[in-house]
Design a protein around this ligand. Structure first.
Ligand code: LMR
Length: 396
C-alpha cells in the first residue's frame, strides 16, 4: 500500500529551515521561519517562563489527563488577554479550548466550521500564511482568496478587499489576521477594522481571527483592538490564538480556539461540538505550555516581567526595521524600502524576484522564503552590513 504513495513537496518554510541547518557557511543568515531571535541569533527561553517552570516543578502534583478543553485557568486567562472585559465575556458567550499551538487551534476551528456549515467557504487574504490553505482544505473546507496586499505600492488593497467581502455568502467564514499580517506585515488600521466589522454584520459572514503575534506589533492591547472591534459588531466569531511567539513557547505547542456565540445557550451547544472535535483529533492537549502561561498570567510579578520581555522583543524588531531600511539606503540601492518601517511584526516582503532570492541563498547563504518574505528578527548589528551588501548586489 505504501509503495503507491507519491512524494509530496516539503513545506516552503520548514524546508528552508532544514536547508539552513545544513549550510556550513559561518556568515549564513536565517530570515526564513517566523521565530524571534536576539542580537546573538538565539531564541532564548524568557525569564518569566523559566520562573513559571520552576514554580511548576515544585507544585505539580499529578500527570493525570487535564480534560478535553485543557487547563481551564489558562483558557479563561487567554479569553481576557484577547478580549479584555468584553461584553461577550460578561454575557458568558465565549467558550475556549486549549489547543496544540495556533495551528492546532486553526485545525480545530476548521473541523468545527465543517460541522456547523459543511458548505461554508473560508476566505483568506492574498497572500496568507503558507499553511492556511492546505490546513483548511485538509478539513474538507472550500477555500477562496480575497485581495489584501498591494505588491506594487507595498500597502493594502483595501477597497478591493472590502468589495470582495461584500460578495461573500452569508454563512461563509472570513479569516482575518488580527495584527502583524503573515507574510506581509501590513495591517488594517482602526477605521478599516471598523469598516470590515460593519461589512461582516451586513453580509452575515463569520469572522475567524487568527492572532499569532499579539504584543509583537504595537502593544498587547492595540494588537487586539481590531479583534475587539469585530466582537463588538457581530454575534458569532472564532478566534485562533497562539502563545508561540509572545511567550516564546514555540515547541511547547500552546494556543487556543475560542468561539463566541450569540447567547450563553448557543455557546454551550457550540462548546459540545468543539470538544467533540478535540476528542476525535487528539483527545486531550498536553499540559506544560498551558501551565506556564496560566502561572505567568496568574501572578502580577511574572506578568509584569513578561510584559517587559515582550516589549524588549517588540522594540528590537521595530529597531531592526529601521536598521534594514537605513542599511539598504547606505548601500546606495535605488528602490525605496521605507515601507518596511510602516509594517508590523516579524515579516515583510523584500519584493525581489525568484532569481534574486536564489542568488542570496547560493552566493551569500541568506535564507528567505520564496515569496521574498523576510523575518526581520533574523537580522542583527553583526550581520546587517553583510545582509544589506548582499541584497544590494543581487538587485543591482
Ligand atoms: C512562520 O510563518 O514562519 C511561522 O508561523 C512558523 C510556521 O510554522 O510556518
Amino acid at each position: 500500500m505504501f509503495a503507491n504513495l507519491k512524494p509530496l513537496p516539503t513545506d516552503p518554510i520548514l524546508g528552508l529551515m532544514a536547508k539552513y541547518k545544513q549550510d556550513d557557511n559561518p556568515n549564513k543568515i536565517d530570515l526564513g521561519v517566523g521565530v524571534y531571535k536576539n542580537e546573538q541569533g538565539d531564541t532564548p527561553v524568557l525569564d518569566a517562563v523559566k520562573k513559571a517552570e520552576a514554580f511548576r516543578l515544585e507544585n505539580e502534583r499529578s500527570k493525570a489527563y487535564i480534560g478535553l478543553a485543557g487547563d481551564l485557568g489558562f483558557c479563561s486567562k487567554m479569553e481576557s488577554l484577547l478580549l479584555g472585559e468584553h461584553k461577550a465575556l460578561l454575557a458568558n458567550r465565549v467558550r475556549t479550548a486549549q489547543t496544540p499551538g495556533g495551528t492546532g487551534a486553526l485545525r480545530v476551528a476548521a473541523e468545527f466550521i465543517a460541522k456547523a456549515n459543511p458548505n461554508a467557504t473560508i476566505w483568506v487574504t492574498t497572500p496568507t500564511w503558507a499553511n492556511h490553505i492546505s490546513l483548511f482544505q485538509a478539513a474538507g473546507l472550500n477555500v477562496k482568496e480575497y485581495p489584501y496586499y498591494d505588491y506594487e505600492n507595498k500597502g493594502l488593497l483595501f477597497d478591493e478587499m472590502l468589495a470582495a467581502l461584500k460578495t461573500v455568502a452569508p454563512g461563509d467564514v472570513v479569516l482575518l489576521h488580527a495584527c502583524c499580517h503573515n507574510p506581509s506585515g501590513m495591517d488594517l488600521n482602526a477605521d478599516q477594522w471598523q469598516q470590515v466589522a460593519e461589512c461582516a454584520k451586513e453580509v452575515g459572514f463569520t469572522p475567524l481571527i487568527d492572532i499569532a503575534y499579539q504584543g509583537f506589533g504595537t502593544s498587547l492591547e492595540q494588537d487586539a483592538a481590531g479583534l475587539r472591534a469585530m466582537a463588538d459588531a457581530v454575534d458569532e466569531m472564532i478566534i485562533c490564538s497562539s502563545c508561540s511567539k509572545n511567550f516564546g513557547l514555540y515547541r511547547e505547542r500552546i494556543g487556543a480556539c475560542s468561539i463566541i456565540s450569540e447567547s450563553a445557550n448557543v455557546a454551550d451547544v457550540a462548546n459540545s461540538v468543539l470538544l467533540s472535535v478535540v476528542r476525535s483529533i487528539y483527545s486531550m492537549p498536553p499540559a506544560h505550555g498551558a501551565a506556564i502561561v496560566d502561572t505567568i498570567l496568574g501572578s502580577e510579578e511574572l506578568t509584569s516581567l513578561w510584559h517587559q520581555e515582550l516589549a524588549e522583543m517588540r522594540d528590537r524588531i521595530n529597531g531592526l526595521r529601521s536598521l534594514v531600511v537605513d542599511a539598504l539606503a547606505a548601500q546606495g540601492v535605488e528602490q525605496d524600502f521605507s515601507f518596511i518601517q510602516r509594517q508590523h511584526g516579524m515579516f515583510s516582503f523584500l519584493g525581489i524576484n525568484k532569481e534574486q532570492i536564489e542568488q542570496l541563498q547560493k552566493d551569500y547563504s541568506i535564507y528567505i522564503v520564496g515569496s521574498s518574505r523576510v523575518n526581520v528578527a533574523g537580522v542583527s548589528q553583526t550581520n546587517i552590513d553583510y545582509f544589506a551588501n548582499a541584497v544590494a548586489s543581487v538587485i543591482k
